[in-house]
Design a protein around this ligand. Structure first.
Ligand code: NAD
Length: 297
C-alpha cells in the first residue's frame, strides 16, 4: 500500500516557518497585507476566500476583504484593482476566480500590478517563470513542489506526467518540472483533453500529477508500480450527505493506492499546500516591496 502524503502536516511546518517571517516584517513595521476581491458566481469561492483570510489572520497577516455584487459593471472591479494597486499599504492582491461572464478574467489578471500578483498569473510573472527566474510561483504547483521535497521524492531525472494544461495548475506545474532547479530537472509530459491513450502515458510516470477536474479519472490501472501520485482535483459529486455532495479527487484513491508508492488524499493533500503558498507569496511580495529581508522556507 502506498504511503499517504500528509499535506496538512507539511503545510503546518511551512506555516510555522512563515510565522517567523511575518514577525520579522511586523517588527520592521511592515505587516503584510493581502487584499482579496470576491465577485464570483461559484458558491465554493466564498468558502475559499474565507479560508484564505483565516489563514492570514492566524499568521498575523492583515486581510482586506472586498466584495462586489455579481452584477456590478466590470469597470467597478477594474477601479477596485486600480485602487489596490495604488494603495501602498496593500502588498498582495487576489481576485477570486471565476468572475462573472460579463467580466473578462484575462483583463482582470493583466490589471493587477505584477509585484502584487501573488497568484502568479500575470503574463509578466508567467513569462519570468517560463524564462527560469520565477518571482511568484503559482500556489498549487509550488505547493506540489514543496510537498515532493518534504516527502524526499526526487524529481531530477524522473518521468513526470501532468494531466491537465490549465493556466492555474497544469502549465505552470510542467514548467516547474522542466526547470534546471530544485524540484525540477524532470522529463515532463503534459496530457490534456485531446491526449490519446492517456493510460499509456500515465503508467510511464514516476510522478503523476492529476489536474483534470474529472472525478476519479485516474484509477489503479493507469498508475505505474511505485509511482508518486499527486491528486489536485477537488470535485463535488452528488452524495447522501448533509450538504448533498462530497468532495472527490481526480484519482480513484483505493485502486491507485494499491499501485502507487506514495499518494496524496483529497482532502488533506494538495489543498492545504496551495493555501500555505499563498501566504508564502504574500510574505515574499511584502519583502520585495519594503526591502525587509526574510528567510522563506
Ligand atoms: P481546468 O478545467 O481549467 O483544466 C482542466 C485540464 O484538464 C484541461 O487542461 C483539460 O485539457 C484537461 N482534461 C480535462 N479532461 C481530461 C481528460 N479526460 N483527460 C485528460 N485531460 C483532461 O481545471 P484546473 O483549474 O486546472 O483544476 C483542475 C482540478 O484541480 C479541479 O478539480 C480543480 O477544482 C482542482 N484544483 C485544486 C486546487 C487545490 O488547491 N487542490 C487548486 C486548483 C484547482
Amino acid at each position: 500500500m502506498a504511503e499517504r502524503i500528509d499535506g496538512n502536516a507539511v503545510a503546518e511546518d511551512i506555516r510555522a516557518d512563515l510565522r517567523s517571517c511575518v514577525e520579522t516584517l511586523t517588527a520592521a513595521n511592515e505587516t503584510p497585507t493581502l487584499a482579496t476581491v470576491l465577485m464570483s458566481p461559484d458558491p465554493a469561492s466564498e468558502t475559499y476566500v474565507a479560508m484564505k483570510q483565516n489563514d492570514c489572520e492566524e499568521l498575523g497577516i492583515d486581510a482586506l476583504d472586498i466584495e462586489l455584487p455579481l452584477d456590478a459593471p466590470a469597470a467597478e472591479l477594474f477601479e477596485t484593482i486600480d485602487e489596490l494597486n495604488a494603495d501602498e499599504s496593500v502588498n498582495a492582491i487576489l481576485v477570486q476566480s471565476p468572475v462573472p461572464d460579463h467580466v473578462d478574467y484575462r483583463e482582470v489578471i493583466e490589471r493587477i500590478d505584477p509585484v502584487k500578483d501573488v497568484d502568479g498569473f500575470h503574463p509578466e510573472n508567467i513569462g519570468k517563470l517560463v524564462a527560469g527566474y520565477p518571482v511568484y510561483k503559482p500556489c498549487t504547483p509550488h505547493g506540489i513542489q514543496k510537498l515532493l521535497e518534504a516527502t524526499d521524492i526526487e524529481t531530477a531525472g524522473k518521468e513526470a506526467v501532468v494531466v491537465g494544461r490549465s493556466r492555474i495548475v497544469g502549465k505552470p506545474m510542467a514548467n516547474l518540472f522542466i526547470q534546471k532547479a530544485t524540484g525540477g530537472n524532470a522529463t515532463t509530459t503534459v496530457c490534456h483533453s485531446r491526449t490519446e491513450n492517456l493510460a499509456e502515458k500515465t503508467r510511464e510516470a514516476d510522478i503523476l500529477v492529476a489536474a483534470a477536474g474529472v472525478p476519479e479519472l485516474i484509477d489503479g490501472s493507469m498508475v505505474g508500480e511505485g509511482a508518486t501520485v499527486i491528486d489536485v482535483g477537488i470535485n463535488r459529486v452528488d452524495a447522501d450527505t448533509d450538504k448533498g455532495y462530497k468532495l472527490v479527487g481526480d484519482v480513484e484513491f483505493a485502486s491507485a493506492s494499491e499501485k502507487a508508492g506514495a499518494i496524496t488524499p483529497v482532502p488533506g493533500g494538495v489543498g492545504p499546500m496551495t493555501r500555505a503558498m499563498l501566504l508564502y507569496n504574500t510574505i515574499k511580495a511584502t519583502s520585495l516591496q519594503t526591502g525587509v529581508d526574510v528567510t522563506l522556507p
